[in-house]
Design a protein around this ligand. Structure first.
Ligand code: BGC
Length: 548
């Protein structure tokens, strides 16, 4: 074994378990955030495309002068595409992403995090080619399903990859960068749709759909050049390769004491976890995600429920009501006539507010952001609901409602948007991490889809016709988010992923913020007199990893 990894230098000093990092290394870790563009753009472009004259004529055969011809948004009461077609085109993507995310966890453990994301980009490109080449409804739907699989891979595994490679002090900020890219993707989609909406050729939809290939090519090429996650190699028992990539990620020689110490801690923690959760067959390792008591913070079951419910709650905030149905809603309010302008304003508030979290998520912590963010959203949502119910016909009230919706987006974008993704990357121990993150991402897509399907029934004028009252529903759900985050979200800021594991063992969510690391896994599992990790631990992790 080259490089002498067996004699991994280890430490009992909790402050020294991570190597210092160079700027280049920070930038390498941040690059993967680019994957958010795929996520955001793909969920954002479709509403504009469905409203294009060209597409409506293509799918319905209606002439734009036909009275039954109504563009999405320009007439809240009419739409030339039948609802079931519209709903299938929109929701099929979430269905694909749901299954894609579920499968991705397995693939990421088998072939590696980086390889899974690259594979996701390839699948996505195939789906985009089908959609771009489509000249009929069926092929567009099939293409979105395939592209959805690809996005499922990317959205689940990017979080895993970024959380595993990022330095602990900036892990929250770096993963928030992913959310920032999601918001940029949504904004780009509005702009491209706007640019091509009046084209009278297939270019009207082929350009916004086809352009996405570019994002996938950039992401796949960049990742091809980046190192694999060292934690993946530890899981597979390839400690030597883990040392190589960790050295590259931290901008240090692989045998530097810092790199060795950080690696020793990852190895010792993994050995500790393997003793508690023995690995077995394929089914046993899935079953491991659901082991333990719901009332013990550290148990796998509790963590899996925490991750999946956190993503569910993120959708419960109602944010996609604005991004999927905002145009029609604002028009029903009655004072704004330009749907693009509305899309643009909400997308811009979303983009501009997200970077605030780069600082606050590390300064105040994940828990604080989620608790206060939920409270901020609750207040805004109830103001919108009450104002709209009491005085909805008054143009000044409508303006105030729009302002509070923007403030609500500000709260989401700076807290729950990034926070939910950051936390799911941090709470799982290595043996179940890839599946736990994948399940959580799948939950996001599942709820995303459920909300997309049921919302029209609440607000359509011929159905529930709730109008501004729909914000009572979102406000009520946000109260649940507030209570949930106060009682259940632990504070993970500033800790290594291995320290998070220990913190969850020793605290409750409400006491977690005060917890400070007091020992290292390396010290507990076994240090030799020479200050190295006991060789039998390294050998055991290598042996177990090779049979996974
Ligand atoms: C959510 C998406 C949402 C987006 C808005 C993401 O964190 O998961 O569903 O559309 O934020 O910025």
């Amino acid at each position: 074994m080259p490089g002498g990894v067996v004699g991994l230098v280890a430490t009992a000093d909790t402050g020294r378990i991570e190597a210092p990092v160079t700027l280049k290394a920070y930038l390498m870790c941040a690059f993967a955030a680019f994957g958010g563009i795929l996520f955001g753009y793909d969920s954002g472009y479709i509403s504009g495309v469905l409203g294009m004259d060209y597409i409506i004529t293509l799918y319905t055969g209606l002439n734009p002068n036909d009275p039954r011809f109504a563009k999405n948004g320009s007439d809240p009461n009419g739409f030339a595409l039948p609802s079931w077609q519209k709903s299938l085109i929109v929701s099929i993507l979430s269905a694909g992403t749901f299954f894609g995310a579920l499968m991705a966890g397995d693939i990421a453990d088998f072939t590696g995090r980086r390889t899974t994301i690259i594979l996701g980009c390839l699948v996505f490109i195939i789906g985009v080619c089908l959609q771009t080449g489509s000249h009929s409804y069926g092929l567009l739907v099939a293409g979105r399903l395939v592209a959805g699989f690809g996005i499922g891979f990317v959205s689940a595994i990017i979080i895993l990859y970024m959380s595993e490679i990022a330095p602990k002090k900036v892990r929250g900020a770096i993963v928030s960068g992913y959310q920032f890219c999601i918001t940029i993707g949504i904004l780009l989609a509005s702009c491209v749709d706007y640019g091509t909406q009046n084209y009278t050729t297939t270019a009207s939809y082929r350009i916004p759909i086809g352009i996405q290939m570019l994002w996938a090519i950039i992401l796949a090429t960049g990742l091809f050049l980046l190192p694999e996650s060292p934690r993946y190699f530890v899981k597979r028992g390839k400690i030597d390769r883990a040392a190589d990539v960790l050295g590259r990620l931290r901008g240090q020689p692989r045998d530097s004491e810092f790199v060795q110490t950080e690696l020793a801690e990852i190895v010792a923690n993994h050995e500790y976890e393997l003793q508690i959760i023995p690995q077995g067959s394929y089914f046993t390792s899935w079953a491991n995600c659901f082991k333990g008591s719901l009332f013990v913070q550290k148990s796998n079951l509790r963590r899996t429920i925490l991750g999946t419910s956190l993503q569910m709650m993120q959708q419960w905030t109602g944010i996609n009501f604005i991004f999927y149905f905002g145009t029609t809603f604002f028009q029903q309010l009655g004072t704004i006539s330009n749907p693009f302008l509305i899309n643009l304003v909400t997308a811009l508030v979303n983009v501009c507010s997200t970077p605030i979290s780069f600082y606050t998520i590390e300064r105040f912590g994940r828990r604080t952001l989620l608790v206060w963010g939920a409270l901020g959203m609750v207040i805004c949502e109830f103001i919108v609901a009450i104002a709209g119910t009491v005085d909805g016909g008054n143009p000044t009230t409508v303006k105030a409602e729009i302002a509070f919706i923007c403030i609500y987006i500000f709260f989401f974008a700076s807290t729950w948007g990034p926070g939910a993704w950051v936390v799911i990357g941090e709470i799982y121990p290595l043996p179940i991490r890839s599946r736990g993150v994948a399940l959580s991402a799948a939950s996001n897509w599942l709820w995303n889809c459920i909300i997309a399907v049921i919302t029209p029934y609440m607000v359509d004028t011929d159905k529930g016709n709730l109008g501004a009252k729909v914000f009572f529903v979102w406000g009520g759900l946000c109260v649940a988010c507030f209570v949930y985050s106060y009682f259940l979200i632990p504070e993970t800021k500033g800790l290594s992923l291995e320290q998070v594991d220990r913190m969850m063992e020793e605290t409750t969510p409400r006491t977690s913020a005060k917890w400070v690391p007091h020992s290292t896994f390396a010290a507990e599992m076994g240090l030799t007199d020479k200050g190295t990790l006991a060789p039998e631990i390294v050998a055991d992790v290598e042996r177990k990893g090779s049979v996974v």
